[in-house]
Design a protein around this ligand. Structure first.
Ligand code: ADP
Ligand code: UDP
Length: 236
């Protein structure tokens, strides 16, 4: 399958048309951004880690009963995926307090939550992805009740799978963000990526951060952290 016209260049990936109107090619870059694009940089090799890790995880999630956009890995950085219209919700799950939750709620980072939290942000860069709830999504027509129910059920499955999967590799899944899309027949499937850009992962013994927070917070050893995750998952 060949890349045709570029449809979109985002902060971390480029998206290309193919000769099949139902399929796209995603090309993962090493570019990194944080704070809604205010901070920019490069994480060498990130595109390879994020592409291959996403595909590996998506294949496992398919087996666990979560449909995804994955069709075929084409190279270290490129993957053939089903074209979807993205549901404009950032679906976030939190198992342990961190990041914006800790700030907003005044709860120290690392505090275990009594149950997982599933929350939505409106995927809109101009507005800085504001925090919303189900009623906002329904009232603004971002998704139907049925779509929200499907997205929540899949998301809880993704969390249960990922927690065990990362723990077996010596990492705690603190929180993560996923995106869903609709295929041309309206089916909801998991899209975008699952990687150290979109998950907070801490070493299970030392709580060392092995994710994009090292870039956001100028902690150093950013490439090393991405490579460590890759290695622990047996992908290196
Ligand atoms: P951003 O748009 O936030 O800068 P990326 O650089 O990751 O993010 O760009 C990839 C874009 O492609 C995102 O907007 C994402 O929602 C979208 N996308 C991911 N998977 C698919 C898919 N299967 N079909 C269509 N669009 C997708
Ligand atoms: N996240 C993401 N993209 C975003 C916002 C958040 O992938 O645009 C991920 C982030 O990596 C973390 C989780 O979602 O794993 C929760 O992020 P939070 O709301 O705490 O925001 P942040 O602290 O990243 O601003």
């Amino acid at each position: 399958m060949e890349k045709l016209e570029q449809l979109y260049e985002g902060k971390a990936k480029k998206v290309f048309k193919t000769d099949d109107p139902e399929l796209l090619i995603v090309d993962y870059k090493d570019d990194a951004t944080a704070f809604n694009g205010e901070k920019k940089g490069t994480i060498m090799g990130k595109g390879v880690v994020n592409n291959r890790m996403t595909n590996h995880v998506f294949a496992k999630l398919e087996e666990a009963g979560v449909p995804t956009h994955l069709v075929q890995e084409l190279s270290d950085r490129e993957t053939l995926v089903k074209k979807v219209s993205i549901v404009p919700l950032e679906v976030i799950v939190r198992n342990v307090a961190a990041g914006s939750f800790s700030k907003r709620m005044g709860v120290a980072e690392g505090t275990e939550l009594l149950c997982p939290i599933l929350e939505f942000s409106y995927k809109n860069d101009d507005l800085g992805d504001p925090f919303i709830n189900d009623d906002y999504a329904l009232a603004l027509g971002l998704a139907t009740q049925e779509e929200i129910d499907t997205i929540k059920a899949y998301t809880r499955k993704v969390n249960e799978f990922l927690k065990g999967y990362f723990l077996a590799a010596g990492m705690k899944l603190i929180d993560f963000k996923i995106e869903f899309g609709k295929t041309s027949d309206g089916t909801i499937i998991l899209a975008d990526e699952i990687s150290p850009d979109t998950c907070r992962l801490w070493d299970v013994h030392t709580n060392e951060k092995l994710d994009k927070d090292r870039f956001r917070r100028d902690m150093g050893n950013v490439e090393e952290a991405y490579n460590e995750v890759f290695k622990r998952l047996g992908l290196a």
